[in-house]
Design a protein around this ligand. Sequence first.
Ligand code: ATP
Ligand code: MG
Length: 135
Amino acid sequence: MSNIEQTLSIIKPDAVERNLAEKIKEKILENKLIIKNQKKIQITREEAAEFYKVHQTKPFYDKLCNYLSSGPIVVMILEGENAIAVNRKIMGATDPEQADDGTIRKEFGISIDKNSVHGSDSGDNAKKEIQFFFN
Ligand code: ATP
Ligand code: MG
């Protein structure tokens, strides 16, 4: 049975700054996801805090919000069969050092903070995150 989903992907400041957006999009497209909508934006510290509020009790929350608002990002709606899981798989583990070969974070990530991409982790979060950036 087919399970076409949408998920939110963000190319984070470290990757945009190093001109990796096109290479990252190629990896996404190679994996049979399509980019339904995209925009390059810079968000405020307040918007980043709202976006990442699920992490507000974590020790790295402040740093995370400062980082996501530190420079331009590319936000994209990806669509395809099992898009949420497929995107998480091609991203690789949160820490680039732990990520599998061939994943975006393994290839391009610098550190657990500067890990180049974000991807929604569930259907509920995908809907919320898409709404957050594309309403
Ligand atoms: P993302 O939500 O960005 O797709 P993720 O789902 O793999 O990443 P989360 O646990 O949701 O990981 O953490 C969100 C972000 O917070 C991570 O992408 C990473 O940049 C940062 N982060 C997570 N754990 C740590 C940590 N232990 N130290 C520093 N930063 C962290
Ligand atoms: Mg996450």
